[in-house]
Design a protein around this ligand. Structure first.
Ligand code: ADP
Ligand code: MG
Length: 306
């Protein structure tokens, strides 16, 4: 199946001269939840805005459902619902009116049954006639989702849907997003929470300083993330790993002077203590020892520390 969104060589330099996106290439698969993970200022909102056609690219192209998002803006935009990072709804309006009006903006005929279904799915039906200003933060966020869904988009962008919301609300948002995906909507969400990407995504893309540094299936990513390596420098080279140490799956470097042990940093027992004992029993000494994290983990650590 061709990707539902295809981003090619996309760059964005703002009028200030600041380059917020550098040669982005990315494909979104139909029906997936794709999490775009990156620290504040990485370019997440710029990328979403450029894909949705709200920010003009400096170079590169985006197609949505096969439509070029600049030359064929209207057709591309019809397929997309966007829930922006900053919530801006008309405070005095009601959820019902907001969702219904949004259909009109996209030239769609009235469909009160559909609007009712969307509001019910988002647990807003009871509040459909309340002024938005009287609703809680979580409800306001859901009104924005209802508004974005009202014109029946195939693709929904959620820009930091849970930034600054409490744990309870975050979980209920996750549930809403999963149900949307199950109903066939392709979801692209941005987040700076690793746990959110871990919890929600089918695939994760990491963006940092305007560059996509990694795109990976979530399962593969989480596997790599949990792994650490212990490297032992040997004063005397050995030809093979002694049979008594086979269970550790040690790797011996080509020069025979370094042993690498890979372990799961998240598990309770890393096996390091018994390994060191068994090394001594096998008569292997070492003069230096250090641990390294996979490059992925380094990326994440860097992200978190910024
Ligand atoms: N309209 C703009 N003009 C100039 N610089 C901008 C503009 N919008 C965003 N930026 C800059 O581009 C970078 C990426 O911003 P943004 O896409 O909002 O990142 P994120 O959503 O990942 O936090 C930031 O350094 C930001 O200051
Ligand atoms: Mg942002």
């Amino acid at each position: 199946m061709p990707p539902i969104i295809s981003v090619s060589n996309l760059s964005k330099t703002y009028k200030t001269g600041f380059t917020a996106l550098k040669n982005i290439n990315l494909e979104i698969r139909k029906g997936e939840i794709f999490a775009l993970l990156g620290p504040n200022g990485a370019g997440k909102t710029t990328l979403i805005g450029t894909i949705c056609g709200l920010v003009m690219p400096s170079a590169g192209t985006v197609t949505i459902g096969g439509h070029d998002n600049v030359r064929d803006f209207r057709a591309a935009r019809q397929l997309v619902g966007l829930v922006p990072q900053e919530l801006h709804t008309d405070a005095w309006e009601t959820p019902l009116a907001t969702a219904a009006f949004s259909r009109g903006l996209f030239g769609k005929p009235k469909n009160s049954a559909l609007v009712e279904k969307i509001l019910k799915d988002l647990s807003l039906w009871d509040k459909r006639k309340s002024q938005i200003i009287t609703l809680s933060g979580g409800m306001k966020r859901r009104v924005m989702i209802a508004k974005a869904l009202a014109h029946e988009p195939q693709i929904l962008f959620l820009d930091e849907p849970t930034a600054g919301v409490d744990v309870e609300l975050r979980k209920s948002m996750w549930q809403v997003v999963r149900e949307l995906r199950d109903s066939g909507v392709t979801i692209i969400l941005t987040t700076h929470y690793i746990e959110e990407a871990e919890e929600m995504a089918d695939r994760v893309g990491v963006i940092n300083k305007g560059e996509i540094v990694l795109v990976e299936d979530k399962a593969t990513l989480m596997h790599k993330l949990g792994r650490k390596q212990l490297k032992l420098s040997l004063p005397e080279r050995i030809d093979t790993v002694p049979a008594g140490l086979a269970a550790y799956g040690l790797e011996l470097s080509e020069d025979g002077q370094e042993l690498t042990y890979t372990y799961d940093a998240k598990s309770e027992r890393t096996g390091i203590t018994t390994l060191l004992n068994d090394l001594r029993t096998a008569g292997i000494t070492f003069n230096d020892l250090n641990t390294t994290q996979s490059s992925l983990e380094e990326i994440f650590v860097n992200l978190v520390h910024q």
